[in-house]
Design a protein around this ligand. Structure first.
Ligand code: ADP
Length: 626
């Protein structure tokens, strides 16, 4: 006997010890494996031009034998060789979804069953209801068949066997009933029928079972109380219509949600679903889902966007990236299209029809999100918290091309309320003559609030948007403006007031002396009216803001050399200003140490590093002891 690999063993343990209500999903798992196996052979047939393999030749069969307590699930799909039995059933493949399942299983040891109930768990789920499992399989094109058998965790055997025809028969030896769990239910026709309806209705191949029927009884026989004569007849249990091909009105929200969870490895209901169909230049049906949580690997390199691509109900590829714009890469789902397809993956990826679909879906997704923003704000806020970063990247990466698509979807936290606001909402709060949408960069709203330049704006009744992600300022640069209002960093240099101009004229020698001391570090030194209680602040003039300089300097490549033109703003109404004049008038050289200190403080309050902290400390101590 061979042993299972460790990981498989753990999953098996989970299966065997799961609670009853979840056990019924074993049938769904096994049937979907059958369907996959048939798909594989069907495609092979198409690709290699094999004759005699039409859709109608394929089927799945369920046979229940109450006396032997066996439930057999058979398919005439591609089958498995001895090596494949070994490889596929002796180990569990390291797929992304599986890694997720096991991670989750680890995290919640006591809640394992939940994981089982929610996810597809594959072949091993058979052990939830069976004490022994045999898999008889003959691979397509092979002469010999093999049987894999196992009673659970201790291990498995593979031996040659007899089997007519290609495909796979899975025989489950159903567990004995216990006080709590009635496994014999799974041998009952009504139970099997209802499980197929519930979980596997849209499997595209007929799932057949010989069901009991009763002959018509004559009036006499009925009166005499004779038992009705029964016979067996094959019946197809599933409707074979995929969910997305059904009428919207016939589908419940629960069915959509369940479909999502079964097919897209999420354990929570989606935030939204979109079921749409289009006829015309390109005809397709699409079923899209917006997850309510961030997929665990979403913001990592190995996340792959894409939709499942079906043609006429048959899966062609699991991840077709071309139909989904990058900014909506979080969307999961499928499209089913009667594309004039060549089934090779390379060719479909560049299909123009797919581009057309992409642009249609883009519009659909946008309008669904706008609807959510308008009518279900709480969930939209949650959505934006999860995926807003992606939308902002989309804006930036599109170099303005995505402006129309994304400008109404993005939001920023308001410094006034701490809540998300859309650009439209911000602009609605402005007066007609106001020209600016103010923003400040900072990790939190309170960080932006405490920027020296924010105070006056807030006092004047303006709101300030909090730009907390590196990409934010770059993204709005791509927008340029919104409804005629310009985006303005609170730290950007502002036009001087009349009063400032007067002071600047009067004290121009002193300001020039400060500028001379600071040299290239600043482009300008000016008297400022934007400050209220702070004596100094840094701002920038020109295209590159201080925040952008910060972000660029952290980029691994380039970015160096991108510097903001810094302006040292000195608050003309602050007592420090008077002190500076006093010092300068007494001793022109004496201004230098003040210039250095003020510049360092301005850098610090703007969130920039200073080169020489010791020098700052020495200078401050020097001033304190005067
Ligand atoms: P998954 O289906 O998620 O890959 P499973 O544990 O359900 O994982 O199955 C493991 C593998 O065993 C499948 O990927 C497939 O290659 C093979 N397999 C399972 N059932 C069948 C079947 N009825 N016919 C052919 N191959 C099968």
């Amino acid at each position: 006997m061979k042993s299972f690999k460790t990981q498989s063993k753990r999953i098996l343990d989970l299966m065997i010890n799961s609670i009853y209500t979840h056990k019924e999903i074993f049938l769904r798992e096994l049937l979907s494996n059958c369907s996959d196996a048939i798909d594989k052979l069907y495609f092979k047939g198409l690709k290699e031009g094999l004759s005699g393999l039409t859709r109608n030749d394929f089927s799945i069969r369920i046979t229940a034998d109450k006396d032997a307590r066996t439930l057999t699930i058979s398919d005439n799909g591609i089958g498995m060789t001895a090596d494949e039995l070994e490889h596929n059933l002796g180990t569990i493949a390291e797929s992304g979804s599986l890694a997720f399942k096991t991670e989750n299983a680890d995290a919640k040891q006591n809640d394992d069953v939940n994981v089982i109930g929610q996810f597809g768990v594959g072949f091993y789920s058979a052990f939830m209801v069976a004490e022994k499992v045999e898999v008889y399989s003959k691979a397509f094109g092979e002469e010999t068949a093999n049987v894999w058998s196992s009673k659970g965790t201790e291990g498995y055997d593979i031996k040659p066997c007899e089997k007519e025809g290609r495909g796979t028969d899975i025989v489950l030896y159903i567990k004995k009933d216990t006080d709590d769990e009635k496994y014999s239910d799974f041998l009952e026709e009504y139970k099997i029928r209802s499980l197929v309806k519930k979980y596997s209705d849209y499997i595209r191949y007929p799932i057949k079972m010989a069901v009991t029927k009763y002959k018509e009884q004559s009036e006499e026989d009925r009166k005499e109380g004779k038992e009705r004569e029964s016979y067996k007849e094959d019946e197809v249990l599933n409707s074979m219509i995929p969910l997305w091909k059904k009428n919207k009105s016939e589908i419940t929200k629960e069915e959509y949600n369940q479909f999502y969870k079964d097919n897209f490895y999420d354990y929570e209901d989606p935030a939204r679903y979109i079921h749409t169909s289009t006829e015309g230049a390109v005809s397709y049906k699409a079923l899209l889902f917006i997850p309510s949580n961030v997929p665990y690997n979403y913001y990592s390199k190995n996340y792959e966007k894409g939709l499942k691509l079906y043609t006429d109900g048959v899966l062609i590829t699991d991840k077709c990236a071309d139909v989904l714009p990058d900014c909506f890469s979080f969307v999961k789902g499928l499209i089913d299209s009667e594309l004039t397809l060549n089934i090779s993956r390379e060719t479909i990826q560049h299909d123009r029809q797919l581009k057309l679909i992409e642009s249609n879906l883009e519009k659909k997704i946008k309008s669904e999100l706008l609807d959510m923003q308008k009518n279900d704000r709480e969930n939209y806020d949650k959505f934006f918290k999860n995926f807003g970063l992606q939308l902002k990247y989309g804006l930036y990466a599109g170099w303005g091309m995505n402006k129309e698509l994304l400008q109404d979807l993005i939001m920023f936290k308001s410094v006034k309320t701490g809540k998300y606001v859309t650009l439209k909402e911000y602009v609605e709060g402005l007066k007609e003559e106001d020209k600016n949408i103010y923003y400040g960069a900072g990790k939190t709203e309170s960080a932006v609030k405490s920027l020296p330049q924010s105070e006056k704006l807030l006092d004047a009744g303006y709101d300030i948007l909090c730009f907390s992600d590196d990409v934010d300022e770059f993204a709005v640069k791509m927008l340029g403006e919104y409804e005629g209002k310009q985006f303005k960093n609170v730290l950007s240099e502002d036009a001087a007031s009349e009063e400032d101009r007067k002071k600047a004229e009067e004290d121009k020698d002193m300001l020039a002396a400060i500028k001379e001391r600071l040299g290239d570090k600043v482009a300008k030194v000016k008297v400022s009216s934007v400050l209220k209680s702070h004596p100094v602040a840094l701002s920038s003039e020109g295209e590159v803001s201080l925040e952008m300089e910060k972000v660029m300097s952290q980029m691994p490549s380039g970015g160096e050399g991108v510097k903001a033109n810094k302006v040292l703003e000195i608050n003309g109404s602050h007592p420090v200003y008077e002190k500076l004049k006093e010092v300068y008038n007494a001793d022109k050289e004496g201004i230098n140490v003040y210039a250095d200190v003020l510049y360092s403080l301005a850098r610090l309050t703007a969130g920039l590093e200073i080169d020489d902290a010791t020098a700052l400390a020495d200078n401050v101590l020097d001033l304190l002891s005067k």
